[in-house]
Write a protein that binds this ligand. Structure first.
Ligand SMILES: O=C[C@H](O)COP(=O)(O)O
Length: 251
């Protein structure tokens, strides 16, 4: 039985004051909620404040990206050891907005993934096709190519903590949520490819989240599908009441 994960990606929203203010409202709303794992990915400048605010609670905090090296002349970057030194437990890798606006390739994602595992950061690896890929019938090919790049030379032992987020680019921030059936089909492709690469055991235990315009009124149907193990939520995670409703989804 895979424990579901409800994760909020705050992207470039909320300064430290906003972030702590959110948690002051949100934490009491989800206190004692152990059915699912709850993770928040705040901005880099808010991360240390969020980690302090969630300490001792049922909420985890992680970074939205990182470099793969521990230090060096890389202006603007944050290293795995810098994240672990402040108590981050998770890191989002390969989000389509990083690939689109920061030229991040799946080769980079592969290096980051290996660094995350080495430093005991739980990686949440994002995959997803563009609308043109889907319309041309290339969804499966695209997902498998992305997985090939990101997971290259990663042993099954190193893949044990891996979490995957399927985020079709056409559904992110658009209001065009994938239907539960469309998302389930993509999740099945990802799980099958994971089995090919890492073996059945890893494929069965890996949580595969759906992301792309998840809202309180559609999360239940999405999460009722057998291969959808949670949600990675952008816009609807920014309001404490909305995010608490998402955490407390019902089928
Ligand atoms: O990481 C989150 C996704 O990009 C989804 O964002 P969204 O819920 O605003 O569509």
């Amino acid at each position: 039985m895979r424990k579901k994960i409800i994760a909020g990606n705050w992207k470039m929203y909320k300064n430290p004051t906003d972030s702590v203010g959110f948690l002051n409202e949100f934490l009491p709303m989800v206190e004692g909620h152990e059915r699912d794992e709850i993770i928040i990915f705040p901005t880099a400048t808010s991360l240390a404040y969020v980690i302090d605010a969630v300490r001792g609670s049922n909420v985890h905090a992680g970074a939205q990206t990182m470099h793969w090296l521990n230090e060096g002349p890389y202006t603007g970057q944050t290293s795995p050891t810098m994240l672990t030194s402040i108590g981050a437990t998770h890191v989002l890798l390969g989000h389509s907005e990083r690939r689109l606006y920061a030229n991040e390739s799946y080769e980079h994602v592969n290096l980051k993934l290996k660094a995350a595992v080495q430093h005991d950061l739980i990686p949440m690896l994002c995959f997803g096709e563009m609308l043109a890929d889907r319309q041309a019938g290339y969804t499966a090919d695209t997902l498998m190519a992305q997985m090939g790049g990101a997971l290259a030379n990663l042993s099954p032992e190193k893949a044990q903590s891996l979490v995957i987020a399927y985020e079709p680019i056409w559904a992110i921030g658009t209001g065009s949520t994938a239907s539960p059936e469309v998302a389930e089909a993509a999740h099945s492709i990802i799980r099958r490819e994971l089995a090919n690469r890492m073996g059945e055991e890893i494929a069965e235990s890996t949580r595969i989240l759906y992301g792309g315009s998840v809202k309180p009124d559609n999360i239940g149907a999405l999460l009722s599908m057998p291969n959808i193990d949670g949600a990675l939520i952008g816009g609807a995670s920014l309001d404490p009441t909305s995010f608490a409703r998402l955490v407390k989804y019902q089928f």
